[in-house]
Design a protein around this ligand. Structure first.
Ligand SMILES: [Zn+2]
Length: 387
């Protein structure tokens, strides 16, 4: 369901923020539903455009809260050397797409808890603003939507955003892997046992229990007349069930190559282009000779700088090729184009850039180019382990 055609909204620190078509459906429903809600709160339904304006502001505030939550995950992941290709919003919320899995329980824990902590901070700020503006009694009235409480539009928006973010927080922290709470459970189980495979199996099993509870609860809601909420909850249950099952299967596969490192299967003598070379020489001596779509680029000390793609080199007009340098044109590595030669091979499963480029660069402890590992080599290692 994810991944299909998505629309890029904007970029934050190189991370693409994109929405799925299903998100517009949610946005439309939320604005429609909130217009009626604020109409009732303000007691002037249909008579002015105020309820619609408040609904629009609330929907955008909700949208911003979800993006901030995902950015919380993303920033902590980046700080721990896990690349983030995009943040996608869809019908059930947001997903920060990571290039690889965490390699330690503490990283897994920090990345998982970062999103809920951001949401908690948003709730605290909104509650503080609401209390400062209306006092305890007034804010309570606004949050509980007491009729005749004389709530102003602005206060109603603050109260609604505080409530919805609180619900997001509670829901996300349910121990239903792959939701945040489930990832925290996996991190703790991994830390206690030292075994990621069995920790994942445990968390995924718990996730599936919650998935069935959601599906059952959703059906009860539908039976009770809450058709929309019921279907939504049941669908979330089905998504969680599918993801948990996929995680168990991936764990079973990666368990087979436990103990195998990148260095064990990589190609140790990769061809690399020196960064100080001109584009003209890069084309003549590398691209035309080997006919590969890209090459790793290194500096004088053999440190890995990034990748140069053939297409980029071809775009340079012929007269400028002798004076343009490879180092000016390459796609710089911000951490997601390389892996460590000591990384376990199973940490590469699901790596987005391995899929995109067909190979990844392996570096040693000092950042020097050590080898190239291809998707084919990873696949072969998996087949060997299975056979
Ligand atoms: Zn999250």
């Amino acid at each position: 369901m994810l991944g299909g055609r998505s629309i890029t909204l904007f970029h934050v620190r190189g991370i693409r923020i994109a929405v799925d078509w299903s998100w517009f459906f949610v946005l439309f429903l939320v604005i429609f539903w909130l217009s009626q809600f604020y109409g009732d709160v303000l007691g002037e339904a249909g008579s002015s455009s105020a309820p619609f304006a408040l609904a629009l502001i609330s929907a955008l505030g909700f949208f911003a809260s979800i993006v901030l939550h995902e950015l919380g995950h993303a920033m902590v992941a980046l700080r721990n050397g896990i690349g983030i290709s995009s943040i996608q919003l869809w019908i059930f919320g947001g997903v920060a797409r990571m290039d690889r899995e965490s390699d330690s329980p503490s990283t897994e824990f920090k990345v998982a808890i970062a999103g809920p902590l951001v949401t908690l901070a948003i709730v605290v700020v909104l509650v503080a603003v609401g209390l400062a503006v209306a006092g305890p009694e007034g804010f309570r009235g606004a949050a509980l939507v007491e009729s005749d409480s004389g709530v102003s539009g602005g206060l109603a928006v603050v109260a609604w955003l505080a409530t919805i973010n609180f619900l997001v927080l509670v829901f996300n922290m349910l121990p239903a892997f792959p939701m945040d709470g489930g990832r925290v459970v996996r991190a703790i189980a991994w830390w206690r046992t030292g075994d990621r495979t069995s920790a994942t199996r445990f968390a995924a099993g718990l996730g599936r229990v919650f998935a069935y509870l959601f599906i059952g609860g959703g059906l009860l809601l539908v039976a009770g007349g809450y058709v929309f909420s019921g279907i939504w909850l049941a669908l979330i249950g089905m998504v969680i069930n599918g993801s948990a099952r996929a995680a168990s299967m991936q764990t079973a596969i990666s368990g087979r190559i436990e103990g195998v490192r990148v260095a064990d299967v990589m190609d140790r003598e990769p061809v690399a282009i020196p960064g100080e070379l001109s584009i003209e020489r890069a084309l003549d001596e590398y691209f035309l000779r080997y006919r590969w779509p890209w090459f790793p680029v290194i500096d004088a000390a053999h440190r890995f700088l990034g990748l140069l793609e053939r297409e980029r080199a071809d775009e340079i007009p012929e007269i400028a090729r002798a004076t343009s340098l490879v180092s000016e044109l390459l796609e710089r590595d911000r951490g997601s184009l390389h892996v460590s030669e000591d990384d376990p091979l199973d940490s590469l499963l699901g790596n987005q850039n391995l899929r995109r480029f067909g190979a990844l660069i392996a570096v040693d402890a000092d950042g020097r180019l050590a080898g190239v590992i291809t998707a084919e080599q990873v696949g072969r290692a998996l087949r060997d382990a299975a056979g």
